[in-house]
Design a protein around this ligand. Sequence first.
Ligand code: FAD
Length: 304
Amino acid sequence: FRFSRRPDLGDSIRVSFEFFPPKTDEMEARLWETVTRLKPLHPDFVSVTYGAGGSTRERTARTVARILHQTHLAPAAHLTCIDASRDEVDAVIRQFAELGVKRFVALRGDPASGVGTGYQPHPQGYANGAEMVAALRRQGDFDISVSAYPEKHPESPDFATDIDMLKRKVDNGATRAITQFFFDNDIYERYVERVRRAGIYIPIVPGILPVHNIVQVANFSARAGAHVPAWLRERFDGLEADPQTHALVAAAVAAEQVQDLIERGVGDFHFYTMNRADLAYAVCHMIGIRPRPNEGASAKSAAA
Ligand code: FAD
């Protein structure tokens, strides 16, 4: 059985968790339960997304500020340039820097109408992720993550164009790339080989999406530039009305994916949590990432 406990792993593996800014008080309470549950796992950082078209600017800032002020966690603020002038983006960077934010995820973003609906740069704006990295670098000595697409971005004509954009981001000062989620580790490995051949040496951190809802994942994956393999759908077949078994299968699938990546030499993982702790927590537990003994987090203490 491949998931026998590997207590040695926890020390050499680093994880980060991604959240989205909550819209309502109820969602805020749920996010905070999630943060409380995950924080004893000592993630390298936690990131907070920026809504389509910059629509969550204030909520992203509030969430990042709360993480900074109420936890020991290092927050990374996502930032997009879509629908914003350079002056507006620069002002948001200053606002985050004044809050004490030292990490960013620099992105282009998608039109509010959705991916692939015709991206147009703002006439006075930054045009893409690479220009966003340069804008951040001009303003401070930040840790800057960028996106990477193992199955290529849906708008990229080919892999060469896609990897060229990643190279521009690195040349402008990106320190790490986080991938779009994927389920087939061979695709990730081939992508990393291509990236290295292009002379890019920053960490390409796999983005892991524990499957909270297979139907939703299948619906948005094509737009996100990721495919859901038939074998994965098949594992969840018939579980639409059985959330408990769905969750157990999802934890097993994500743990299997992460374990396999570890065996291929990967040491950093970024979890798309969807603001829910359980699946990410379970996977971390299985790879040896656990609260320190005196921190003893449990589902109970998280709820307290
Ligand atoms: P870029 O890196 O600028 O470009 C993406 C690809 O498009 C490039 O690789 C390139 O091949 C192609 N491309 C761009 N410009 C050109 C051109 N002129 N000619 C030819 N090809 C071109 N979205 C949000 O709104 N908020 C978030 O918080 C957010 N967080 C994300 C976090 C991660 C880790 C990832 C992977 C994605 C995230 N996204 C987020 C989604 C992202 O905004 C979309 O995927 C968007 O379509 C592209 O943004 P980007 O920064 O990857 O773009």
